[in-house]
Design a protein around this ligand. Structure first.
Ligand code: ZN
Length: 178
């Protein structure tokens, strides 16, 4: 159902890249360009960047074109989470034990699940409109020194296989949650 972005490789494409005319990846902000064939060809849709440059920028800055960064914040992360939440029913949030504020907040929407982890707290609950509103309206964390955090929650798993990990800097879609 979801295909990978040719730039950041995240599963953000609702259709095959060849069919996604003018689609902008909400994670790396690469605009899909069906008119270039090859990673060294400048893309008009991306201000002359090549796909290769876009990828290098994404690894370095978390966005295909760092000139766009200040304008976007974590909007892309929110768009992707919203898209995958549509096919999901339950969530699990994993926080480090000392992240007590975020544990408390998550517990408003679920309950602590017993796990073998001693340094993490896992909260499991239903994906309700209220939960999504909380998750998707939070400010992007200011603390971006180690990770360019998109969310204060270390990992978020949905039961349809979507996950946002390392504070939203890595997104996955695949059968992962048990
Ligand atoms: Zn992308």
């Amino acid at each position: 159902m979801y295909d990978r972005c040719p730039c950041c490789q995240n599963p953000t494409f609702p259709v095959l890249p060849q069919q996604a005319i003018a689609y902008i990846c909400p994670v790396c902000w690469w605009e899909n360009d069906v008119f270039v064939d090859g990673e060294d060809v400048p893309s008009d849709e991306n201000h002359g960047l090549t796909l290769k440059q876009g990828r290098e920028n994404f690894y370095k800055y978390g966005i295909c074109d760092p000139r766009l960064a200040g304008k976007i914040g974590n909007r892309g992360w929110r768009d992707v989470v919203r898209m995958y939440a549509q096919g999901a029913k339950t969530f699990e949030i994993h926080c480090w034990k000392e992240e007590t504020d975020w544990i408390k907040l998550a517990m408003d929407y679920g309950a602590v699940k017993e796990t073998e982890f001693s340094n993490m707290v896992v909260i499991r609950g239903e994906i309700t409109p209220a939960f999504l509103e909380m998750l998707l309206t939070m400010e992007k964390p200011q603390d971006t020194e180690i990770y360019d955090k998109m969310t204060p929650f270390f990992s978020i798993f949905f039961d349809n296989g979507f996950s946002s990990e390392h504070y939203g800097t890595e997104l996955y879609f695949g059968p992962q949650m048990d």
